[in-house]
Design a protein around this ligand. Structure first.
Ligand code: PMP
Length: 436
């Protein structure tokens, strides 16, 4: 499909051609290469508030928000000030520091589901450490994960369901050994009987169940609260740990994330994205009893040169302070719902096969009119619609993540006018996509 290009993209195209000389595929993270949409990836020069500007000078209303971290938009003044105040005093000492304490305290004082936390530098690192912790606590190797959930590029989790009814995983990336993959059991979301059977058949072998309580990496697969409660009960019943991977949902759908939203107590929670205020921070947290398995107190080793460095802690602290302001999450959720519901309403009126599920400030353009709760309900053929919508939106100054499987994020920097503009432009892009 050839797309009419109405905005200049030459500078981005040239920089991308240059980047091919340095990085595999020209990028440092695969989805940035724009392989599922049209044109070269945009090289972004700067961002302020709800907008960002590329190297060709095009300005975009940004709904990717760096894939979730920027809940306060770009260049938030409070975060910027805290970071600048900190960075001039040195960037990393490899020692404990006061800002780390402050962020730790702020989180633990306001999150009822965890008692101790350990900071790391990415979501992947948080998940990798949480799995090791679960195995260390239980003294077992196997883990249960769900098809449609993404947990970063941890070896054990780059695993997809095996063929047929077999739950034993097979590697989904070269370089992940079959022996590692075999320790991961992959189940469909929502299949309570299969979960029960798997936990029974592998009794004494499974350390933990890991789930994205709000799966947001393969579309937005909003789950029933009763399914999350079922996971909790079955984990207790079969004496395995329950890990909520809240790298996206943590501090995003509420300060207490999905645990708080659904009122379900997991054993371990992983965090990333929002927690670092736009800097590389991840964390895992649990009860004191479980976290005491971590070195230097306990036998599970985990460390990090730049963990809890003061600049990242300052950014995280500033970001989470803003999140705690009264009405913060309610306002965000209202604006997101208004946007999503207006788009869904327009699609319905026109008979377009699209609706926009949303939770908190996360939304997704879902093709078809039925609720989608599992990865296998997504029809890949519909991604051609997304490609057109994405392209049209770039032409009119709206940026969505460059894949139809990715969710969008609304930040507190998005004004009601921004939302109105986005609705109008997304509806116009749908007109183009569905008239072809
Ligand atoms: N878990 C979840 C739920 C995620 O969404 C992601 C990133 N999209 C990760 C883990 C990995 O985080 P990172 O990219 O910071 O390593």
């Amino acid at each position: 499909m050839a797309f009419e290009q109405r905005i200049p993209r030459d500078t981005s195209a040239n920089l991308f051609a240059e980047a091919q000389e340095y990085f595999p595929g020209g990028v440092n993270s695969p989805v940035r290469a724009f392989r599922s949409v049209s044109g070269p990836p945009l090289f972004i020069r700067e961002g302020h508030g709800s907008h960002m500007t590329d190297e060709d000078g095009n300005r975009f209303l940004d709904f990717c928000c760096s894939w979730g971290p920027l809940i306060h938009g770009h260049d938030n003044p409070h975060i910027r000030e805290k970071v600048i105040e900190t960075v001039v005093k040195g960037t990393s000492f490899g020692t404990p520091n006061r800002l780390g304490n402050q962020l730790g305290k702020l989180i633990l004082d306001n999150h009822r589901y965890v008692e101790r936390i350990r900071f790391v530098s990415s979501g992947t690192e948080a998940v990798m450490s949480a799995l090791r912790l679960a195995r260390g606590v239980k003294g077992r190797n196997k883990i249960v994960k769900f098809d449609g959930c993404y947990h970063g590029h941890v070896d054990n989790l780059l695993v997809k369901a095996g063929s047929g009814l077999a739950t034993l995983g097979t590697s989904s990336s070269a370089g992940v050994t079959e022996s590692v993959a075999r320790d991961t059991l992959v189940l469909p979301l929502g299949d309570r009987d299969l979960l029960e059977r798997t936990l029974t058949e592998h009794a004494g072998e499974i350390a933990c169940i890991i789930v994205e309580p709000i799966p947001a990496n393969n579309g937005l697969l909003i789950q029933d609260k009763s399914w999350l409660e079922c996971l909790r009960i079955k984990a207790w019943k079969h004496d395995v740990l329950l890990i909520f991977d809240e790298v996206i949902s943590g501090f995003r759908v509420g300060f207490e994330g999905a645990a708080g939203l659904y009122n379900v107590q997991p054993d371990i929670i992983t965090f990333g994205k929002v927690i670092g205020g736009g800097f590389p921070v991840g964390a895992y947290a649990a009860s004191k009893e479980i976290m005491d398995y971590i070195a230097p107190v306990g036998p599970v080793y985990q460390a990090g040169t730049l963990s809890a460095n003061p600049v990242a802690m300052a950014a995280g602290l500033a970001a989470l302070e803003l999140c705690l302001e009264p009405g913060f999450y309610e306002g965000l959720a209202e604006r997101t719902a208004a946007m999503a519901d207006r788009i869904t309403g327009y699609a319905k009126e026109k008979g377009y096969p699209l609706h926009v599920p949303h939770v908190g400030s996360i939304f997704w353009l879902a093709f078809g009119n039925e609720r989608i709760e599992r990865a296998d309900q997504i029809d890949p053929a519909n991604m051609t619609y997304f490609k057109t919508i994405h392209h049209e939106l770039l032409q009119t100054g709206v940026y969505l993540g460059p894949s139809g499987y990715e969710v969008g994020f609304v930040s507190s920097a998005h004004t009601d006018l921004d939302i109105q503009e986005a609705v109008a432009k997304i509806c116009a892009a749908m007109d183009v996509a569905f008239s072809e």
